[in-house]
Design a protein around this ligand. Structure first.
Ligand SMILES: [Zn+2]
Length: 165
């Protein structure tokens, strides 16, 4: 394993996208395959997109967001609730096969005072790992360490492909 390519410290301000893309809504840009935005889309269903988070807290940190631009969970229809729940469950199963996390944090940040940096509704799925602290200790000082999400995306896509072929 090439350690340097596998893990790297990051801060929210730098890395992948460099400058903030000049788009009105970064998630709508992903929906529209706007090439000004680095897309980490894993797959889309009828009404949702499953995508890795551009700023992963952990390996496999993903978001699920509705294709239409809404800002509040109460705007989701019952049909969409079901679709979202199914997608959430499938993704957790996938993570379990691929990364074997010890737990998950799943939730929304609704409103900017709650830490929502993007108004477009999105559900975070953050896998948690027993050895998180160990890795952080190893590097000493770096707050969070994660695999490059582009590598994670490759792995996940390969895994899905293998499962369905
Ligand atoms: Zn949007």
């Amino acid at each position: 394993m090439n350690f340097n390519s596998y893990v790297f410290p990051f801060s929210k301000k730098e890395y992948i996208r460099g400058k903030k893309p000049d788009v009105e809504c970064i998630l709508c840009a992903i929906v529209n395959n706007d090439n000004r935005v680095q897309s980490l889309e894993i797959l889309r269903t009828e009404n949702f997109i499953l995508s890795l988070n551009l700023f992963p807290y952990n390996n496999g940190h993903a978001i699920i967001f509705p294709i239409r631009h809404i800002t509040d969970i109460r705007e989701l229809s019952e049909k969409e609730d079901i679709e979202l729940a199914r997608l959430t469950k499938s993704y957790i199963s996938l993570l379990e096969e691929l990364y074997k996390p010890s737990g998950y944090n799943i939730g929304y940040n609704l409103g900017e005072y709650a830490g929502a940096s993007i108004p477009h509704l999105h559900l975070h799925i953050i896998p948690r790992y027993q050895n998180e602290l160990g890795v952080i200790d190893l590097i000493g000082g770096a707050k969070v360490l994660v695999e490059n999400p582009l590598e994670t995306l490759e792995k996940i896509k390969k895994h899905i492909k293998n499962k369905h072929s």
